[in-house]
Design a protein around this ligand. Structure first.
Ligand code: SAM
Length: 249
């Protein structure tokens, strides 16, 4: 079938890829990837031959030319598979500009979905999952990071951040100060990999906990909603219940 296929790839363990994603990679007429080497490696692991297909390099910054190449292939009725380096494309990864362009051009877009670190971490953190906000990477500069956090303080849901090990301590310290030291939080490291680890503590206690472990690897930080946001949620739920009752009268 022609169209763009967004392919979810593993976030650690190479076997975390769906059978359908492998089918799509095996049969797509055109394959594009954020990182051609890592995709080639994944195909090798799963015994998928390229059969003369080239893996085109695409990330949103690679510009209009490589995007046009993919759009042309779609206009010719070909199937195009796109994978980012890990997890789902577009989730703190390239693909957004491509999807916008493909939608604007009127070509079909579909997905062969796979794991994403944010949702995997959310499932393991032990924090509320009824509502969550994916905040991606915080700005590396302290002032910008704190002002971003200030804007996130009122979000009525679990906050999910991606973070580099180098900035983990600084980010946690800022979160405790700006969001409130009493909030429950979790640090999820190396998900689906050999050294997978989940640390759960109040933001105030996380620095000590984190100090006792290696900080290497890939990290997701999660923070529970604040008390005021909690109240908003309760009010919201009550209003919703009342509205439902009114409607069914
Ligand atoms: N597209 C990916 C996804 O769907 O999750 C995210 C790509 S982003 C460039 C990479 C960041 O995701 C890492 O710095 C880390 O914060 C998070 N991440 C990816 N894999 C992870 C893993 N196995 N464990 C914990 N965090 C992970």
């Amino acid at each position: 079938e022609p169209g763009l296929y967004l392919v979810g790839t593993p976030i650690g363990s190479a076997r975390d890829i769906t059978l359908r994603a492998l089918d799509v990679l095996a049969s797509a007429e055109v394959i594009a990837a954020e990182d051609t080497r890592s995709l080639r490696h994944l195909l090798t692991i799963h015994g998928i031959a390229l059969n003369g297909r080239r893996i085109l390099s695409y990330h949103d910054h690679s510009g209009a030319r490589s995007r046009d190449q993919l759009l042309e292939a779609l206009a010719e009725g070909r199937s195009v598979a796109y994978a980012s380096e890990a997890g789902m494309p577009l989730i703190a990864d390239p693909g957004y500009d491509l999807v916008r362009a493909v939608i604007a051009a009127g070509h079909p877009v579909t997905a062969a979905p796979g794991p994403t670190a944010a949702v995997t971490a959310l499932a393991l953190a032990g924090l509320p999952t009824d509502a969550f906000f994916f905040a991606g990477f915080l700005p590396p500069a302290r002032a910008a990071r704190r002002s971003r956090l200030k804007r996130l303080a009122e979000v009525p849901g679990t906050l999910v951040f991606y973070e580099s090990p180098r900035r983990l301590r600084a980010s946690i310290a800022d979160m405790a100060e700006v969001l409130g030291a009493g909030r429950d939080a979790a640090v999820c490291r190396e998900l689906t990999k050999k050294f997978e680890e989940v640390l759960r503590a109040r933001l105030a206690d996380l620095p000590d906990l984190v100090a006792g472990t290696t900080l290497r690897g890939e990290i997701v930080i999660l923070v529970d909603r604040g008390q005021e946001a909690e109240m908003d949620t309760i009010v919201l739920k009550r209003e919703l219940t009342e509205a439902r009752q009114t409607l069914s009268l």
